[in-house]
Design a protein around this ligand. Structure first.
Ligand SMILES: [Mg+2]
Length: 267
């Protein structure tokens, strides 16, 4: 049965924390929100490092890839602050993971070879999470605009979306689009501007508690924290909880937007 109070061809009425909020657009983080970057990086790191780290056990490989993606020394943050280039932060991360688990230091020649293998292999493994297509279908059916706001450069993320089969995500803001990264409010506001929606009526969904959920909320959007079970995701403080809506899967969003009575069925 269609309920005219909970469906809308120009947006969704969202009940969030007991209050009804009209949502006209949804913005997403990309890495580990739309695209399973963690799995792609794990497979790629194993491939690129295989010749440099002979004899590692399965347990050691898990530790190796975990250290690379978790980035405990914060090299990715140093890229975001402009201290390291994108490739430099990647090489610092692999150097640290390699030294910690294999015990040897990768020299410049090895790093060059490693990086070439990494860059060639990573795009092969870019895939969207299983719950993405169904959600985008539901948003389109409801006339809710969507797009992406990411802490990487726009051209690189456009290629990533294309490789992952997400060409239909047209609105895209990268760190170079507005010359600042999340959680700066400007980057979220540019996303809303591209969608043509008011920030207060725009939902932002991301896996990083600090820059995505709390950052978008502080910028005046409706921040939602995506905490996928078993996914480490982008480095962030993991000993806290979000003081706002938290979901374990994108499948939960249509219900939050009041779209479940408009023909959408969670898979
Ligand atoms: Mg992310």
């Amino acid at each position: 049965m269609k309920d005219h109070m909970s469906t809308n061809t120009n947006g969704g009425h969202s009940r969030i924390d007991g209050a009804t909020v009209d949502i006209d657009g949804v913005l997403f983080d990309i890495d580990d929100t739309l695209v399973d970057l963690k799995t792609a990086m794990d497979k790629t790191v194993r491939h690129a490092s295989a010749e440099h780290a002979p004899g590692l056990s399965e347990e050691q490989w898990i530790e190796y890839t975990h250290l690379y993606s978790k980035d405990p020394l914060g090299h990715y943050d140093r890229f975001l602050s402009g201290e390291l280039s994108f490739v430099e932060q990647r090489l610092q991360r692999i150097r640290h993971a390699h030294k910690s688990v294999h015990g040897s230091l990768l020299d410049d020649e090895s790093l060059f070879v490693w990086n070439r293998a990494y860059e060639k292999t990573l795009p092969i493994h870019f895939v969207a999470f299983d719950d993405v297509a169904t959600l985008l279908d539901a948003l389109e059916a409801a006339g809710i605009a969507y797009g992406a706001v990411s802490n990487n450069v726009e051209a690189y993320q456009r290629i990533k979306l294309d490789k992952a089969g997400l060409q239909r995500v047209e609105a895209l803001v990268g760190t170079d689009t507005v010359d600042c990264p999340k959680p700066d409010p400007q980057i979220f506001h540019e996303g809303a501007r591209q969608l043509g929606t008011e920030p207060a009526r725009t939902m932002y969904v991301g896996d990083n508690l600090l820059v995505d959920a709390e950052g978008s909320t502080a910028a005046g959007l409706v921040g939602v924290w995506l905490s996928r079970p078993g996914v480490v995701g982008t480095p962030g403080p993991d000993d806290r909880e979000f003081d706002g809506p938290t979901i374990g899967s994108l499948d939960e969003i249509p219900a939050m937007l009041g779209l479940v009575n408009s023909g959408y069925k969670a898979s």
